[in-house]
Write a protein that binds this ligand. Structure first.
Ligand code: KIV
Ligand code: ZN
Length: 511
């Protein structure tokens, strides 16, 4: 069976899409989870894009132990130098070099001739190779490039030292048949792919909804690396989704004769963690990780699944780490039971984190009749200790210590908020167009922050009248966007928790 490498670009192609940005500690949390998930390569960022990007690639390089860490670089010396400086601490560093090879990109974006592009590939791949042994070359817009010229580019990159050649469908234009034929063509027409044992990779965007299908067709044709993102986040309509590719290969090994190193039991948790951090919910019908992916509504289906799961289930939800929805714990459950349950859901937590979650669990158990896996998941994902775990010199965390929020049919509304920062208490009253607007204004005023609410949502995490509400806010400050989230059985409280968690991120960034 062929082994397909998973190259995860959630922290680069995924993170650069609007609404998906993460701060340094969030990126490290995701990188560690990706390492646990078993991805072969993490593309940690684009080191030259900004000093912050450089810092996060560097931090990720020294935070993960198993997988290769790559930085993206354009084909110029400055980008390559910065990429190398950022990844060189990694146990397995990689420089991912790219240049466009389609006529339209060369003419209008690069303003270079084919010969100039070929020379640049040769010189810059060799330059990168002089620093780092593991070089990946990407031919941007490969699927719209002239095939013969693309083969020349690939061959030149290999001759100059690239070990992996990546064939992106940059604008999501290709069809599965075309993508498969392109990979087949390159394998047959670039002899060094076979003679040098080169990894052929694909990177498919999802503009026409074919990112996953195109990636799988490429694997069928001989590609042995796939570039993808958790939940399919990425530029425009996103990148091919990791969980769909991995589970298609696993479930249809008979067809693809290929598998990955992914620990599939970590898939669900990885998906939830990312969704929670970036504040982008997962569509209920999303394959593999959507809330409805294993829900059988129709009576005939339910009967079939109860009698024998194989009647309507092609995958076992346990294999993906989907927690059992049944009632799990109650008011009298102890710490031991809580830890066991969390571990069975894939959360490895230390004693300090357990202590924190246990306090919140007990508080929740007083408010809610039953505590389900979804409740525990929400408690754990919102556990401040876990989110804080990577922060050195963390800014004093502000917490909501109390509030009186009034809703009235006549505006303006008036709200009072009390905050605990370190050991001091602050309080303020403000007026606003609505009760939350007033409360958020009070928070901004007492903490002296310039912040604007850009987006806000509240949803129920579980079913029932005593469900936990999860609030997500997107706040802008100094041109940056921050995501905050909070949970509570009271949606006003959840909203204030979300807002203060976004504000804490602004403080954290300022250090
Ligand atoms: O979509 C694309 O072509 C890319 C490359 C930089 C690999 O993201
Ligand atoms: Zn891309």
């Amino acid at each position: 069976m062929r082994q397909v490498k998973i190259f995860d670009t959630t922290l680069r192609d995924g993170e650069q899409s609007p609404g998906c940005s993460m701060n340094l500690s969030e990126k490290i949390i995701i990188a560690r989870q990706l390492d646990k998930l078993g991805v072969d390569i993490i593309e940690a960022g684009f080191a030259t894009a900004s000093p912050m990007d450089f810092k996060s690639v560097q931090a990720i390089a020294s935070s993960v132990t198993n997988c290769t860490v790559a930085s993206l670089a354009r084909a110029n010396k400055n980008d390559i130098d910065q990429a190398w400086d950022a990844v060189k601490q990694a146990a397995h560093p990689r420089i991912h070099l790219f240049i466009a090879t389609s006529d339209v990109h060369m003419k209008y974006k690069l303003r270079m001739t084919r010969d100039q592009v070929l020379n640049t590939i040769s010189e810059m791949t060799a330059y990168a190779k002089s620093k780092c042994d593991d070089i990946e070359f990407s031919a941007e817009d490969a699927s719209r490039s002239d095939r013969e010229f693309l083969a020349q580019c690939v061959s030149t990159a290999i001759a100059a030292g690239a070990k992996t050649v990546n064939i992106p469908d940059t604008v999501g234009y290709s069809t599965p048949q075309e993508m498969g034929e392109l990979i087949d063509y390159l394998i047959k027409n670039v002899p060094s792919i076979a003679s040098e044992n080169i990894t052929v990779s694909v990177h498919c965007h999802n503009d026409l909804g074919m990112g996953v299908a195109n990636s799988l067709a490429s694997v069928k044709a001989g590609a042995t690396q796939v570039e993808c993102t958790i939940n399919g986040i990425g530029e425009r309509a996103g990148n091919a989704s990791l969980e769909e590719i991995v589970m298609a290969l696993r479930t249809r090994r008979d067809f693809y004769d290929a598998d990955t190193n992914i620990d599939t039991r970590q898939i669900y948790k990885s998906s939830k963690l990312l969704s929670n951090i970036i504040g982008v919910p997962i569509s209920p019908t999303k394959p593999i990780v959507g809330a409805n992916a294993f829900a059988h509504e129709a009576g005939i289906h339910q009967h079939g699944v109860i009698t024998n799961a194989q009647t309507y289930e092609i995958m076992n939800p346990d294999e993906i780490g989907v927690p059992h929805r049944a009632l799990v714990l109650g008011k009298h459950s102890g710490k031991h039971a809580l830890r066991e349950r969390l571990e069975s859901m894939g959360y490895e937590i230390n004693d300090e984190e357990l202590e924190d979650i246990f306090i919140r669990f007990k508080k929740l158990a007083d408010q809610k009749k039953t505590i389900t896996s979804s409740d525990l998941e929400a408690l754990t994902l919102h556990n401040s200790k876990i989110v804080q775990e990577t922060k050195e010199n963390a800014a004093p965390l502000c917490q909501i210590a109390g509030h009186v929020v009034n809703s009235a049919s006549e505006t303006p509304c008036v709200s009072y908020v009390k905050i605990k920062r370190d050991n001091e208490f602050l309080e303020d009253i403000a007026m606003g167009a609505g009760p939350l607007d007033a409360a958020f204004k009070a928070i901004n005023h007492m903490l002296g922050v310039e912040a604007r609410l850009e987006d806000f949502s509240v949803r129920a995490v579980t079913d029932g009248e005593d469900s936990i509400g999860e609030a997500v806010v997107k706040i802008s400050s100094n041109g940056e966007m921050y995501t905050g989230s909070g949970i509570s059985t009271d949606i006003i409280d959840a909203s204030l928790q979300a807002y203060i968690s976004g504000i804490n991120k602004i403080f954290e960034e300022g250090r």
